[in-house]
Design a protein around this ligand. Structure first.
Ligand code: FPP
Length: 246
């Protein structure tokens, strides 16, 4: 029996977040330029998005471009932005066919105009879809998000529309770019690295972490199934004792 068929459909994570890592190493292994790895990374994005939609997962967040990625060689940054625009434009039809809604988190205002336009159009064209919500983290870092949330809350305190004493977790969450998105229950990172790399720091407080040595372009629906099965075999205690949650 395939792994995907072993999944308990009544205990599916509502939100999966993925740090897609290893495109560069995948390309290098074949003596190809890094961009070749990113192009093949898009195939894995398609495969995993389809897998999540089929399994009835509600939210999938992909770390597509971090704030720190601007520090890569200019040629790679340009290639990644071009790939993003091309992929988004060519996939809108498929997103609609599969009832998938596109959203973004991160400082998208600072992206190149072409990228912003492609994103705006794709978001508008898929906004009424009710199935999987595919969230691309673009020009995103958790510290950036936390800082902009702190500033917007500080502004409210300065305007006297909010009292410092009465700030709640929910006020803070409403100021993050992940507002209205439930916290991820499962975070996957590929390529053998065991780091969070400034991704969703607030939101993963109780997420189960799954690290795999598979490089992102090689990641398939079966690997996704393996991560979900692992998640389903863990006991999620949220600070309680094992007896309390059984
Ligand atoms: C990490 O591999 C990957 C990225 C920084 C970019 C991920 C982008 C894509 C998969 C393509 C575009 C995505 C969409 C959603 C259209 P790495 O380059 O850090 O690999 P390395 O660690 O082996 O060098």
């Amino acid at each position: 029996m395939e792994l995907i068929d072993q999944i308990d459909r009544s205990n599916i994570p509502e939100h999966i977040a993925i740090i897609m890592d290893g495109n560069g190493r995948w390309a290098k292994k074949q003596g190809k330029p890094r961009v070749f790895g990113h192009k093949n990374g898009v195939k894995a994005v398609r495969e995993v998005t389809e897998g999540c939609a089929e399994l009835g997962i509600n939210y999938l967040t992909l770390y597509a471009f971090s704030t720190e990625n601007w520090n890569r060689p200019k040629i790679e940054v340009t290639a990644l932005m071009t790939l993003l625009v091309e992929t988004i434009k060519s996939e809108v039809k498929t997103l609609n066919k599969n009832n998938i809604r596109l959203e973004t988190i991160g400082n998208t205002e600072a992206l190149p105009e072409k990228s912003k336009k492609a994103l705006r159009n794709a978001i508008a064209e898929t906004k009424d879809n009710t199935g999987l919500c595919l969230i691309l983290a673009l020009n995103y870092s958790a510290k950036w998000d936390i800082m902009q949330a702190v500033k917007s809350i500080a502004q409210k305190v300065e305007d006297q529309s909010l009292h410092a004493d009465s700030i709640t977790e929910s006020d803070f969450e409403s100021a993050l770019s992940t507002k209205n998105i439930p916290d991820p229950e499962l975070l996957i990172r590929t390529s053998g690295e065991s780091r969070i790399s400034n991704f969703l720091l607030w939101e993963i407080a109780y997420a189960e972490l799954f690290f795999t040595s598979v490089l992102w372009p090689d990641f398939t629906k079966e690997h996704l199934a393996k991560a979900i099965l692992d998640f389903q075999n863990r006991e999620r205690r949220f600070g309680k004792t094992s007896e309390q949650v059984q």
